[in-house]
Write a protein that binds this ligand. Structure first.
Ligand code: UDP
Length: 426
């Protein structure tokens, strides 16, 4: 019998496996978002099935995170890692596998929340064959990304067309910041309904230890001055700006023995992230700051919260960032943030209150901002306290899930109007 349970939703994240190890192989904010939102919705009473693409033959087909929240891996294309720009051709297989899953389980989802443009294509395609409401979160907009890329990938035209079609036809678009919403309107389309609901963070995990405790656990001296980066090794993340900023820090003269730069994130030797890590390490050596720089690799369940808490300042030097989870994780940990004055970072970081903003790629401005915080521990603590308060008030996963649930409920009580989706060939 077909189960049209109104509280059952499908979350589609073709490229962001919610059950993946975070911090490498393109696994970052989107994966964290999908899992945390899925779990928080399950706690509110929703049954959440999260669909992703199997990218390793040994991966379990289903991972249960909670009695009402599971990751389901569908076969679409070879069971190996494929970069985001090469996945589009396998999407028809993903749609077919999704439909087969529904038939096998006797489920028909009446609401799909898709993540990233590839999944929006899947959602729009499915809506041609079954009545459903489509909610979409972009996580990154091609129209913004390609502004700062010199050689656009072959898939760019398809991506831009899909993003436009989705904005104009989905039942609701979730922008994670007012800045992202403004970009959609300015660069994609005037049509379509957008609602701003930010990303969230685990306020119980981050902020659970003091700086002193975290440093003791990590073996960092109490009087060290720690500058932290957390994230993927990707040029767009602007790690080079951070490294060059530390290379011109005034503390290199006054407090060299105390200054520490920690660059946390996973990488695979020889792959794009491994190559970027080596490039960054090359710059570190060229600047003569190898002795004060460490690369602890991928940070996870046991140590990520410790690194955030141990730092004096967390730097997010991205060229562009639709939201930027790292900034709110650091703020939740009472650590001030120095971030690029772009995208969602302008929304999360309040300058002079929870941290400082600097123009992207401006290593001198980053150096000044970092030094201001490192040289004033009292102000550091003030900024950290305000950041933590801001996250508690605005960015808990519970509040995000509550707001999403309102959108879902509102859409599920409306009659379905066929979407008349545009024709986009795979
Ligand atoms: N992350 C992690 N371990 C690492 C590096 C990153 O768990 O070694 C997590 C980080 O805590 C954050 C996410 O990956 O939750 C990155 O999200 P963000 O929105 O900052 O950037 P994205 O990767 O989506 O571009």
């Amino acid at each position: 019998m077909l189960n049209l349970n109104k509280n059952r939703i499908a979350l589609i994240s073709v490229t962001g496996d919610p059950a993946a190890e975070i911090g490498k192989e393109e696994a970052g904010g989107q994966n964290v978002y999908a899992l945390q939102v899925g779990l928080a919705l399950a706690k509110l009473g929703w049954k959440v099935d999260m669909f992703t693409r199997r990218n390793h033959p040994e991966q379990a087909a289903i991972v249960n995170h909670h009695p009402d929240c599971r990751t389901i891996r569908l076969n679409a294309g070879p069971a190996k890692f494929i970069g985001r720009d090469k996945i589009f051709e396998y999407l028809p297989d993903f749609v077919k596998a999704f439909q087969e899953f529904q038939d096998r389980e006797g489920i028909q989802y009446s609401l799909i929340h898709s993540h990233y443009w590839l999944s929006s294509w899947v959602g729009m395609e499915l809506s041609k064959h079954q009545p459903l409401r489509l909610v979409h979160t972009y996580h990154s907009l091609g129209a913004v990304k390609y502004q700062s890329v010199s050689d656009k990938p072959a898939i760019a035209t398809t991506r831009l067309a899909t993003e436009k079609a989705c904005l104009e036809t989905a039942d609701r678009i979730i922008a994670t910041s007012p800045q992202e919403q403004a970009h959609m309107r300015k660069l994609v389309s005037n049509k379509g309904e957008i609602e701003v609901i930010p990303c969230g963070t685990d306020i119980n995990r981050f902020g659970s230890v003091s700086r002193t405790e975290a440093r003791a656990e990590l073996g960092i001296k109490p009087d060290a001055k720690v500058v932290l980066y957390v994230g993927r090794f990707d040029r767009r993340k602007g790690i080079e700006t951070l490294v060059r900023a530390v290379g011109q820090s005034s503390l290199l003269e006054s407090d060299r023995d105390k200054l520490q730069l920690i660059i946390g994130g996973g990488y695979r030797p020889g792959q794009s992230d491994g190559i970027e890590r080596d490039r960054i390490h090359g710059i570190v050596k060229e600047l003569g700051i190898d002795d004060i720089t460490t690369f602890p690799g991928q940070l996870g369940k046991t140590n990520l919260h410790l690194y955030y808490a141990a730092a004096d300042v967390c730097v997010v030097p991205s060229h562009y960032e639709p939201f930027g989870l790292v900034a709110i994780e650091a703020m939740a940990s009472r650590t001030p943030v120095v971030a690029s004055d772009v995208g969602g970072l302008k929304f999360t970081v309040v300058p002079e209150i929870t941290g400082l903003l600097a123009p992207p790629k401006d290593e001198q401005a980053f150096a000044v901002a970092i030094d201001r915080i490192l040289s004033n521990p009292e102000w550091r603590d003030e900024l950290g306290g305000s950041g933590c308060l801001r996250v508690e008030l605005a960015f808990s996963w519970e509040s995000v899930a509550n707001r999403l649930a309102l959108v879902y409920n509102q859409l599920l009580t409306q009659p379905v109007i066929p979407m008349n989706p545009p024709v986009l060939a795979a």
